[in-house]
Design a protein around this ligand. Structure first.
Ligand code: CA
Length: 717
């Protein structure tokens, strides 16, 4: 062991670590190897099924099926699952991370890119690391200050930070070994995705497709942090040399001056390694802005946006791509998790990848060459009638590109029929398990476009997209907002079973050889079902919305199931009242671990009844209020909610005490709350603008005071 590094541990951390070290030393002595924490290698991940008690990479194996061979917990005893331990976090922002468990230690990230190492059997803290992301970088995150996890390799723990750094920590002590900036901070890049490690290279992408960045994925040497290669997903300025031959070809599918707006195509989530073919598969996002009028005015496919791209792992060279949405205009990112599998299709063994991206279609692709095998809608969609298997192109509906003067309702919308919440696949049931969102969006072209420094600009009419304030219309819209857990047969491209949820934005899934399917819900439960037929077996009141992907592992000979609980992400931040469909529960960031006959209990919640909103005097005229509406929907709604209704993660401005004081201007223009992520908007908003936004928020408060909304009961710990 590295005793020197142990000396640096705080006493509490050391005490927590001691039993693990003893366990490790004994275990390793038996195997005749030197003890090193998080000693993950390529061969260990490839042979992960030989040590199913560990969960050594994001989707457990390189195939990222999120299937565990563990069967100590099974469909016959799952009803005896109880909380084994929990660990509370110091944040109430979104929790999206999948933990990694190696040899009795759990490593994971929380909001603001903080890292934690816990004793996996007890939840005791071993160490934590705060990369001190500046609060002001929060304004560059489209979808909350989230992070989806770490990677482990050769004694190190790797993670990306919201402000674009890639950091390697010593797995034993949590001390930083190296740190590198992966982005140009003159642009509004962020990192929320988990890195993967393959061939001793740490692979990391980034986000910012709504903020005018150019997408790419990078590979760094795991030992030194030096850049090995970088692959850009969209072409840059064509007057300069292209970084790779495919970008020359891609440039012919764009027109206008797209590079001045960045292009988009960000690799914000899916990065999967295929050790057999020594290829990476990455998912790319939308072009920027969403509207092609301002991005590539004469149309074009805009390669390689909204695509799955195969790259050689050693060099980052392009191998093939399959574009799911040529010339996307809906924010249908292809960044959702990709699963690799070997399937028998028409009596022929095929190496495939499977993906259920935002656009609502389940794709099975031959991963040796990118050929589309099958593609069918996995839920209701109206933007296309299907996919032409010969060309791979979708058959778009006539109105799908929203060229008319009126807003066009499209299903799904930018939330996606499925987003980053990981799906799983069981080689035993041959089913994929997908958390599905059924929610549309009203798209209308904006009349003009200008890039903003402090807000996203989608190139669409943000007022047309807002929730109407006529109660009957609103009721009809909300009635159509749904979610479900879907078990999908990829061979037959049809549903095997479904579980209806209260609303969208439920958790990622885990499937086990014990015939169990685990999922958390937006309405505050963590549940187990029979994986083969969807029979509900167990439910735990988690006190908070659960979005992240669960894992299972062994510690001290016992099987555990764990999930990072906590509500947030783009849905409660941006969707306003629509996000209430899923149920309004408290927001508590916490790691939960369960085992058979566990004996821990959560502290009770104190119910909090939200007070009714009362009207305020609003001297502004309708012109000012309308100006405030446009500015609110452009600058504020991305975090404080559509038409000023907060989904419960960030402050509900209708209820802000600053509405009646000068504090409003100190916050909006003076940066009073910058450390919490609320920057000064003085660079782009004048005092008159800030006053107009306030008048709009007061007008919304008064509307809602008039209609009375029972806002439900929330709780606090
Ligand atoms: Ca996007």
């Amino acid at each position: 062991m590295h005793l020197q590094s142990l000396k640096l541990l705080p006493l509490t951390g050391l005490l927590g670590l001691l039993p693990i070290l003893t366990f490790m030393t004994e275990g390793c002595a038996r195997k005749g190897i030197t003890a090193k924490l998080a000693d993950v290698s390529e061969s260990r991940i490839i042979n992960a099924d030989r040590e199913p008690g560990n969960w050594m990479s994001y989707g457990r194996t390189y195939e990222e099926q999120r299937f565990s061979p563990l069967r100590q917990i099974h469909d016959g005893n799952a009803s005896r699952l109880r909380l084994a331990w929990f660990y509370d976090l110091d944040t109430s922002r979104g929790q999206e991370a999948t933990p990694i468990i190696v040899d009795g230690i759990m490593y994971f990230t929380s909001a603001w890119s903080k890292v934690f190492a816990l004793n996996a059997a007890t939840g005791a803290l071993l160490w934590s690391y705060d990369p001190k992301v500046p609060g002001r970088w929060g304004v560059n995150a489209c979808c909350d200050v989230v992070n989806r996890g770490v990677a482990a390799w050769n004694g190190k723990i790797f993670f990306g930070t919201l402000d674009g750094r890639l950091i390697a920590l010593d797995a034993a002590s949590g001390r930083r070994i190296w740190e590198t900036l992966t982005v140009d901070r003159n642009f509004r890049y962020s990192i929320t995705g988990a890195p993967r490690v393959a061939k001793a290279k740490v692979i990391i992408g980034n986000s910012g497709g709504e903020f005018g960045v150019r997408g790419y994925v990078s590979a760094y040497d795991a030992e030194t942090g030096h850049l090995v290669w970088r692959f850009y997903t969209v072409p840059g300025d064509p007057s300069k040399p292209f970084e790779s031959p495919i970008l020359r070809r891609a440039a012919s599918t764009w027109n206008g001056q797209w590079w001045k707006l960045g292009g988009g195509g960000t690799v914000w989530n899916a990065i999967v390694y295929d050790p057999e073919l020594e290829q990476l598969y990455i998912g790319t996002g939308n072009g920027t802005p969403w509207s092609e009028r301002f991005r590539s005015p004469e149309g074009g496919d805009n390669l390689l946006t909204c695509s799955i791209v195969a790259l050689k792992v050693e060099s980052g060279e392009y191998v093939w791509h399959y574009q799911q949405n040529p010339g996307d205009v809906w924010d249908f990112d292809s960044d959702e998790d990709i699963i690799l599998a070997d399937l028998t299709i028409n009596n022929r063994p095929r190496k495939v990848l499977m993906q259920a991206p935002k656009n609502g279609i389940f794709y099975v692709v031959d991963r040796t060459n990118g050929t589309l095998i099958s593609a069918e809608p996995y839920t209701f969609i109206n933007w296309a009638t299907g996919v032409d298997l010969r060309t791979g192109r979708p058959a778009e509906s006539a109105a799908a590109r929203y060229q008319g003067p009126d807003p066009t309702p499209i299903v799904p919308g930018p939330l996606g029929a499925h987003s980053w919440q990981p799906m799983s696949y069981s080689p035993l049931t041959h089913l994929a398990y997908i958390p599905v969102n059924d929610v549309g969006f009203k798209y209308k072209q904006a009349g003009s476009f200008e890039a903003r420094q402090l807000a996203p600009n989608y190139g669409i009419d943000v007022i047309a997209a807002g929730m109407p304030q006529k109660p009957e219309i609103k009721k009809a819209i909300l009635a159509g907002v749904k979610g479900k857990l879907l078990a999908w047969n990829p061979l037959e491209q049809r549903a095997a079973w479904t579980v209806e949820r209260a609303g969208p934005w439920n958790g990622g899934t885990l499937v086990t050889a014990g015939n169990l399917l685990f999922e958390g819900t937006a309405s505050g439960n963590f549940e187990a079902y029979r994986a083969d037929n969807g029979e509900k077996l167990w439910s735990f009141a988690a006190q908070t919305g659960v979005m992240a992907g669960p894992v299972t592992f062994e510690a001290g000979g016992e099987q555990y199931v764990a999930v990072l609980a906590g509500w947030g992400g783009v849905f409660p931040l941006a969707a306003g009242e629509v996000s209430f469909a899923s149920g309004r529960v408290a927001n508590i960031s916490r790691m939960l671990a369960f085992k058979i006959d566990g004996s821990a209990t959560l502290p009770p919640l104190t119910p909090v009844e939200e007070a009714r909103i009362t009207p305020l005097a609003n001297p502004a005229n309708s012109v000012i209020i309308h100006k405030g509406e446009r500015l609110f929907q452009s600058y504020c709604a991305v975090c404080h909610g559509d038409v000023a209704v907060s989904g419960g993660v960030l402050p509900d401005l209708r209820r802000s005490s600053a509405l009646t004081s000068d504090t409003w201007f100190k916050v909006v223009l003076g940066g009073l709350l910058e450390a919490q992520g609320m920057v000064s908007f003085a660079k782009e908003l004048s005092p008159q603008d800030a006053a107009a936004i306030r008048s709009y928020v007061i007008s919304r408060r008064n509307q809602d005071a008039h209609y009375d909304h029972s806002q439900g009961v929330q709780g606090r710990p």
